[in-house]
Write a protein that binds this ligand. Sequence first.
Ligand SMILES: Nc1ncnc2c1ncn2[C@@H]1O[C@H](COP(=O)(O)OP(=O)(O)OP(=O)(O)O)[C@@H](O)[C@H]1O
Length: 433
Amino acid sequence: MHASPAEAIPAALAALPAAPLCVGYSGGLDSSVLLHALAASPAARERGLRAWHVHHGLHPDADAWAAHCAQVCAGYGLELTVSRVSVARDGGDGPEAAARAARHAAFAAGLGAGEALALAHHRDDQAETLLLRLLRGSGPDGLAAMREWRDCGRGRLWRPLLALPRAALEAYAREHALRWIDDPGNDEERYDRNFLRHRALPLLRERWPQASAALAQSARLQEEAAGLLDSEDAAALAQVRSLDPQALSRSGLRALAPARRARVLRRWIAALALPPLPAQGVARIERELLPARADAQAQFAWNGALVRAWRDVLYAQHLRPPLPHNWRAGWDGRAPLTLPGGGRWRLDGAAGFDSPLIAHARAGGERIALPGRAHRHSLKHALQALGVPPWERERLPLLADADGEVWAAGDLLYSARMDAWLRERGARLEWVA
Ligand SMILES: Nc1ncnc2c1ncn2[C@@H]1O[C@H](COP(=O)(O)OP(=O)(O)OP(=O)(O)O)[C@@H](O)[C@H]1O
């Protein structure tokens, strides 16, 4: 175990895969230490070390903080990126949480492919995070608290100081006579983290001097356990998954143990980039959507997402209104066509159609001349035969020629002519609902 950033940073860099390196620099004590230790490392500079300051625009001194960061970086000969973000002051969880969300969104959007963003979280931050998660009633994934590595946009977050106590960073800052900014927000005890830092943890340490180290150790053990659970969840999800990533087998889910089922459902929702299921979400799905005789209309909606049961599948999707009945748009296939209410159509592998087609909503009663069939078929029956659920049919755009002949329904059905046209060119249509 390393006792100081001066030892921890070179050791961590030696184990770091070759990747561009950036440091999240707020100007506070912790990230000033991290920046200094990285700037002193030839291995970090070889990776093109740069610094990144997110300007939240919340505090009256925020401009001065950014100027301080620029001055320090110039002194080290490092490039500094300053990103301004807009923070909703009246967000439900307070300005601190809103600033954090905006900062992480900026990181996720701005990191280069494979780039590592070093953050200066340390062992005492980890202990606070674990306590916060315990007090929120988190399970093993949450209690693993902060990982040393985590994916972020196209890059990754890296916390090379996570094993060091705050005191080691303070000693380093004194030893190197660093200058840093004291954010007055860090003392406000109405924020939970500050309450733990200034009141709860000092009290715990009176009786258990190693409290922070022990809490961080617990988080590490939880991370190991969560890793094991995670691979088992992935295997269980693969078992119940169908070809369509938005669909799971209801009978397959029923066969899983309830605790596993809950984890698989959460993992599936996260993989679809839908908002996390609320606390009662799993119970509602279990009760209303999983039974073999679930009501065909049953659904569970939360934060713009929806899960429903249909035949043997459980479907999850973003909540979207049906296509407006009167919607029509010319489309030559050259650029993607944006559909009302979100979603799009794209022609891949060909420059465009020979002559523009007309995209429109279904009116009912359409027929389509399918490949290899002598007669036109009812579109509705063809979609039913494909197992397309009713709500997906409501959002399904049609593509027709000037004579009203249907050429395609989303990317689910092609007419014989469209099929031949796409095959000749090795092209395909891609529809996102
Ligand atoms: N404004 C900022 N610009 C760039 N980096 C920042 C900024 N604020 C924080 N960081 C980086 O994130 C690290 C952690 O800061 P802070 O404890 O405020 O984090 P957080 O993102 O709110 O995380 P958590 O709530 O998980 O502790 C800092 O040490 C620094 O590396």
